[in-house]
Design a protein around this ligand. Structure first.
Ligand SMILES: C[S@@+](CC[C@H](N)C(=O)[O-])C[C@H]1O[C@@H](n2cnc3c(N)ncnc32)[C@H](O)[C@@H]1O
Length: 215
């Protein structure tokens, strides 16, 4: 991750909503702390601060950088959490945000929102951040690969799960074919995404933003 590499040695970093801390190894050159409420039924790596992100038990302006990765859609009061992140980061400090525009419900029941670029701009600026960049994380090939993969995974093929009687038996082989082609095209689009990032039309699966606390 370019953001991790751009952080100077010894900087104090907060991984906000760290979960299993997948980026910790990339931050070995920094002083790493994490915060998470650890309330979802999944495996966590124990956080430095087990807390709700709207109330992080640290002093003002403690952190140089914050990782805020795939978390904001899970917050019922995103503005309040952004205000708290603004409190705990130094003036001029940077936050990397990523979050989905198009992604299935997950971490249930803590999944509340999906954000457009306009919603993100509004929230970030209202809570005192300058937006250094706000971009598509994946191109539309990546979004398509994801959509096709989910379709291949979830379309029913058992006749009785599709419709009653003969209709179920007619539709089942058609849906099976769609599933198989869905999976093949999902792999194809995933490969395209790795080589090309098409952003002229469509929409991203996730947005990525770099936010700076005003000095
Ligand atoms: C989708 S996971 C992302 C984890 C990690 N940042 C990553 O990129 O893999 C969202 C995380 O946010 C945490 N979370 C959700 N709501 C929270 C809240 N109100 N306060 C603290 N942590 C929260 C969850 O426990 C979960 O670990």
């Amino acid at each position: 991750m370019d953001f991790a590499a751009s952080i100077p040695n010894g900087a104090l970093v907060l991984d906000a909503g760290a979960g299993s801390q997948p980026y910790r190894d990339l931050l070995g050159h920094t002083k790493y702390e994490s915060a998470d409420f650890e309330a979802v039924d999944k495996n966590y790596v124990r956080s430095t601060y087990i807390c709700d992100l709207k109330d992080i038990p640290v002093e003002d302006e403690r952190f140089d950088y914050i990782l805020f990765n795939q978390v904001m859609e899970h917050l019922p009061e995103p503005g309040r959490v952004l205000r708290e992140l603004n409190r705990v980061i130094k003036p001029g400090g940077k936050i990397i945000y990523t979050g989905p525009l198009f992604y299935e419900e997950h971490e249930i029941p803590y999944d509340f929102f999906r954000y457009t670029q306009f919603g993100l701009r509004k929230l970030f600026t209202e809570e005192g951040f300058e937006i250094d960049r706000l971009d598509w994380l994946e191109g539309y090939f990546g979004t398509s690969a994801y959509q096709l993969n989910r379709m291949a995974l979830y379309l029913p093929v058992k006749p009785s799960n599709i419709a009653r009687g003969i209709k179920g038996y007619i539709l089942a082989p058609i849906l099976l074919l769609v599933k198989v082609f869905g999976m093949i095209f999902s792999i194809f689009f995933h490969r395209l995404e790795l080589e090309l990032k098409y952003t002229q039309k469509g929409y991203p699966k996730n947005y990525v933003a770099i936010l700076v606390k005003k000095k």
